[in-house]
Design a protein around this ligand. Structure first.
Ligand code: SF4
Length: 343
């Protein structure tokens, strides 16, 4: 049986492990404190007795579960990209950005992705496996330790489709919001999906305060099918209905991501279609200057096109902003670096 990664353990798991192994319960508190502060190397846990450390090592993965393999710091805006090597050789990326409100982190939910979006570097690099909740938590805790600063918000928008790894995502949310652990408020978490409608509905039914963001990228089914194979499974009508349900059930605004591709979805007709699709929904549209990567069939829209698209949104009274690009010198966009490293 494969060993569980230490950060997959919650307080209860650790308490019952200590009980089974006849270690006093205060040892569970000590261990949990180390783990919650991002220390996963048993040798650093100096107040844990040696015999307990060696038993822990027998049962779980610690520092060999995930490690920072590479770090890149943008000389433009200080954005940090960490590349983690996992116990089985998979590579994942995490990006840490500094905003006025503090540090925000973009984490990966899978090693690779099987959604196949034609514009995405992660899709081109193929699918490895799902990440566990603890491996998602590890990105937050190890980054926090690396930065020596608390992370204020988490977006699950890196490599992978989080709703394609639903149970582990839910486990991660429970772990990262746990009061005795990292204690991050649910409102400070955003999950981004390409639109797996049944899972969106399941998520809505939880009525959690976690934010939902939907990668839209096209204002009609025909174009969306070309960009995102998931559109062959769920029509825009079904997707938008699921978004509306989320807004009504949670009273929260929903975000739509819309990358602008030159000559593909950045003209006035597309802006009008987008308006017709979204009018009446309590939403925000993030316009994104599309990422280009070698082999991508798409080019990013020109600055002028992006700006005139934004102005059209304003004219149509759709709440839209252009997402600030960060870490452009360190390939901070989703999947770019993993692809480069694995080639
Ligand atoms: S855009 Fe997101 S869902 Fe689509 S292939 Fe890339 S990582 Fe997967």
């Amino acid at each position: 049986m494969t060993k569980r990664f230490c950060l997959d353990l919650d307080m209860e798991d650790i308490r019952s492990w200590c009980e089974e192994r006849s270690f006093p319960s205060y040892r569970a508190d000590q261990l949990f404190k180390w783990l919650s502060s991002g220390v996963i190397d048993l040798d650093e846990m100096t107040n844990i007795p040696k015999d307990m450390r060696s038993k822990l090592k027998e049962d779980f993965l610690f520092e060999n579960g995930m490690k920072i393999e590479h770090r890149f710091v943008s000389s433009i805006d200080g954005t940090v990209k960490l590349v983690f090597g996992m116990s089985d050789g998979h590579i994942i990326e995490t990006v840490i950005m500094r905003y006025k409100q503090g540090l925000s982190i973009c984490i990966s939910s899978q090693a690779g992705c099987r959604m196949g979006c034609t514009f995405c570097a992660s899709a081109h690099a193929g699918f490895g496996r799902n990440l566990t909740g603890g491996e998602m938590l590890g990105q937050v805790l190890l980054s926090q330790r690396f930065m020596n600063e608390r992370i204020r918000s988490v977006v699950v928008m890196g490599i992978g489709e989080p709703f394609d790894n639903y149970d582990n995502l839910m486990r991660f949310i429970r772990l990262v919001t746990s009061e005795e652990g990292n204690n991050l408020g649910a409102r400070h978490i955003t999950v981004s999906t390409c639109g797996l409608v049944p899972k969106m509905k399941e998520f809505t039914a939880l009525k959690s305060q976690v934010n939902l963001s939907v990668s839209l990228h096209a204002p009609n089914d025909e174009l969306r099918k070309k960009l995102m194979p998931v559109a062959n499974r769920y029509s825009l009508k079904e997707l938008i209905e699921a978004c509306d349900e989320y807004v009504k059930a949670t009273n929260r605004r929903i975000t739509f991501e819309y990358s602008l591709f030159k000559g593909v979805n950045d003209d006035e007709k597309s802006a009008r279609e987008l308006y017709r699709l979204l009018r009446g929904i309590h939403c925000h549209v993030n316009l994104i200057a599309a990422n280009e990567f070698p082999g991508s069939p798409y080019k990013r829209s020109s600055r002028e096109h992006i700006e005139s698209f934004r102005q059209l949104m304003e004219k149509y009274k759709i709440n839209a902003t252009l997402r600030r690009e960060m870490g452009t010198d360190i390939m901070a966009a989703c999947g770019q670096l993993r692809r480069g490293l694995e080639q």
